[in-house]
Structures are given as C-alpha cells and as structure tokens.
Design a protein around this ligand. Structure first.
Ligand SMILES: Cc1cc2nc3c(=O)[nH]c(=O)nc-3n(C[C@H](O)[C@H](O)[C@H](O)COP(=O)(O)OP(=O)(O)OC[C@H]3O[C@@H](n4cnc5c(N)ncnc54)[C@H](O)[C@@H]3O)c2cc1C
Length: 390
C-alpha cells in the first residue's frame, strides 16, 4: 500500500531550502569552476558545510544530528548541485559512509562514531567496490578473518569517494567465504591511521573533480571486534539497505545538476539572437527547453515521493524494505540521472560552440551529470532491480 502523498515541503524544509540556496549562490558557486580545474579535495567547502550545520542533516539528534529527514537532506543536495555537483557530495558522502553505523551500530558505536561525523569534525567514506566489479557484489574478495578479539583485514577497494580524506570508513569484507553471498560478509568501521591501512591511487576524473576518489589498500589491518557493525554475516543487508536510502541522494544531485543547466540555457536562449530573434523563439530550441522543464519537474516529483516513502515506511534498522519502496529508490536514481544527462547535453547544444567551452558552466554540468548514471549502482543495475520488483 502506498503512503499518503505529501505535495510540497513543510515550513522547516522550505526554510532549509532557502538557507541552502543562499549558501550555494553566495559561497559555493563563485569557486566552482576553479575547483573543477584544480581537481583537489575542497576542504574549504567542508568548512562551509560544517559552519552551517549541514554535515549531519539526517543523523539522529541523540548523536548530534539534525534528524531532519531524507527529504531535507535531498533538498540541500539539490540546491548545492545546482551550482556545484562536487560540493553536493560533501553532505551526501557523509550520509553514505555513516548510514551503516546508523542502521546497524549499537549505542556505544553510535556515540563514538556518529557524534564527530554529525558535527563534521570527522569525515566518512563507504568502501564496497573492488576492481573485480562494482555491480557484482558476490565477486568481492576483501577478506576479514576473526583472530581472538580482532579481525584481520586484507584486500583492496577501488573508486572510494573521500577515500584519502575520511577519518572513518565503513568497509565491506567477506567474513565467511563458505556461506551464501547474502550471509558471507560483514561491515566494519575502519579508523584512519590503523597500521596496514594505506591510501592508494587517486583517480583523475571526467567530472565531480573536487570530490576525491581513491583506491584503499588493506594489508593485515587489525580491526577490534567492537568496530564490527551488527552481527557477523549482516554485511550484505547493511550495505543494500544503506544504498536503498542513499540512491535518492544521487537522484537529488542529478535533479540539481539538471536544474542548474536548464536555468543557464534558458537565460542564454532568451539573450542570444540568430536570424533576427532570440533563439528561444526558434521552435527547435524552445521545444528543448519545454522538454527540459517537463522532465525535470517529473524527476523532482519522483525524487521527493521516494524520499517520502522511505521516511514514512522505514525505520533505520535492518528490517527489510518493501519491494515497492526498493523499486522507488531505484526508479528515482535511474530516472533523475537519465534526465540530468539528457538535459545537460541539450543545454550544451543550446549554447552552441560556447556550450563546448569551459568559460561557460554547462560543459561542467554535462561532465558532472555522467557519474550519476554510474555510481551507487549503474542505471542498468537499477533497471534489473526495478524489474525484479514488478
Ligand atoms: C567517481 C566515482 C565514485 C565512486 N564512489 C564509490 C564509493 O564511495 N564507494 C564505493 O563502494 N564505490 C564507489 N564507486 C564505484 C561505483 O559504484 C561502481 O563503479 C559502479 O557500481 C559500477 O561498477 P563497475 O565500475 O565495477 O562496473 P561493472 O560492474 O564492471 O559494470 C560495467 C558495465 O556493465 C554493466 N553491467 C554489469 N552487470 C550487469 C548486469 N547484470 N546487467 C546489465 N548490465 C550490467 C554495468 O551497468 C556497466 O555498464 C564510485 C565510482 C566512481 C566512478
């Protein structure tokens, strides 16, 4: 059964939206192009998020968070992504890396790990993917072996957002290779500086260039038993439920990117003239803008409907979500990111040759949009998930 649908935001959510919009315009937008060129992790943006209390938006108040809900988190991500998709990943990665602790941590673990993450004093990361393949979780090989009151971790993770800057990393590792894949793994909180934990290659990327993506290497890393989240063998359920909750954050990033590109292209189309009139008056251009407006509105509705379903139906523990909610989570991620890719490509087209040049922001939006179709499960995999729930 579907939840009663909420149309529109609460007064608190609207206030948060205004605050995030102002912050994005005044503090994030001005340096976005330069950060894209530099390709270095944006500590100054982290500081701005910290100062404005945006690191623990959907963390429990008991552990220092705002507990404002998934809708609130996505509102902030959307506003930031309208001007800089990479900066929008600061609050979203903090949520992604911390959610395994929120879902499966005990009280002592939540106090120890979540409080410094909610304040932004520490940064988190989520380490699932390995070079053998991100889509096929059963192929993962990083191994944690129990020895007395500690686990010994060996393996390598690839493409880990915040990998080199995170203080606490939620790591997925096989603890019982003989068990069926949904019972074979566990999740551990790995602390920066633990002997044998090395940060490897930094990826040079097409987009979201001021977000850091790294390889992580584990060479006989000793993790105390008290850093395991949940029971041994809970890993698959922890990671899958984490992703069910965080795919809407990718969708929000995508909607923000699409909206930012659309607004730029619209203004340009009103000002640029060809054949004696503004190009928006040429039907071929006007129709593109009409389609952008339609598709972004539809994407946004699907996104916030999904957030509403997740907020209303799911407690943050390891209980299973209904197939309907899982379907919405995947649909919002796939649909919004496809809309972002299409919209940004058409925005470049509307700007013509200028659209292809770095002096104008739409080519950056187009490069940034691409990742939203790939990470947190490719859109092919989202369609597999959607089909499985039909
Ligand atoms: C910038 C960036 C940041 C990332 N951040 C993180 C992070 O923080 N943490 C983390 O754990 N991972 C992260 N990832 C990894 C990301 O989630 C994976 O790259 C993604 O899930 C795809 O895995 P893959 O790259 O191994 O592709 P593969 O799994 O090898 O897939 C290759 C292609 O085959 C298709 N394919 C595979 N299987 C199927 C199937 N069954 N049906 C149809 N098509 C299929 C895929 O859709 C894709 O097009 C990040 C990646 C990037 C690029």
């Amino acid at each position: 059964m579907e939840t009663q649908e909420r149309f529109g935001f609460t007064d608190e959510e609207k206030l948060l939206q205004q605050m995030a919009r102002r912050l994005a315009r005044e503090k994030v937008a001005p340096g976005a192009a330069q950060r894209d060129i530099d390709g270095e992790f944006a500590y100054d943006m982290v500081e701005i998020m910290r100062e404005n209390g945006l690191m623990g938006i959907d963390f429990p108040t008991e552990y220092g968070g705002m507990e404002a809900g998934l809708i609130a988190l996505c509102i902030v991500i959307e506003e930031l992504a309208k001007v800089d998709a990479a900066t929008s990943m600061i609050p979203s990665t903090q949520e992604l890396g911390s959610l395994p602790m929120i879902l499966a941590g005990n009280h002592e673990q939540k106090q120890r790990f979540l409080e410094p993450l909610a304040s932004g004093e520490k940064l988190s990361a989520f380490a699932l993917t390995e070079s053998r393949g991100g889509s096929d979780v059963a192929a993962l090989r990083t191994r944690a072996r129990l020895e007395g009151n500690k686990y010994v971790l060996n393996g390598t993770k690839t493409f880990i957002t915040n990998g080199g800057v995170a203080d606490l990393v939620s790591v997925y590792a096989i603890t019982n290779p003989d068990a069926p894949s949904h019972k074979a793994a566990s999740v551990f909180v790995l602390e920066k500086g633990t002997p044998g934990f090395q940060v490897g290659k930094k990826e040079s990327k097409m987009g979201i260039r001021s977000s850091e993506t790294r390889e992580l290497i584990f060479d006989n890393v000793e993790i105390p038993l008290e850093n395991r989240l949940g029971n041994e063998g809970d890993g698959f359920h922890i990671m899958m439920k984490t992703l069910d909750f965080t795919r809407p954050a990718v969708a929000a990033q995508a909607v923000g990117i699409a909206q930012g590109a659309f607004e730029y292209a619209l203004q340009y189309a009103k000002e640029r003239e060809s054949f004696g009139k503004p190009i928006i008056k040429h039907q071929a251009v006007g129709s593109k803008l009409a389609d952008m407006s339609m598709r972004i509105s539809a994407a946004r509705q699907l996104l916030y409907k999904t957030c509403d379903l997740l907020q209303a139906h799911a407690k943050k523990d390891l209980s299973r979500l209904s197939p309907e909610i899982i379907r919405y989570s995947s649909m919002s991620k796939a649909f919004c990111s496809d809309v972002a890719m299409w919209t940004t490509t058409e925005a470049v087209q509307i700007l013509g040759g200028y659209g292809y040049c770095t002096e104008y922001p739409v080519e950056r939006f187009m490069r940034d949009a691409k990742i939203t179709q790939i990470y947190e499960g490719t859109n092919e995999i989202q369609r597999v998930v959607i089909t499985s729930t039909l």
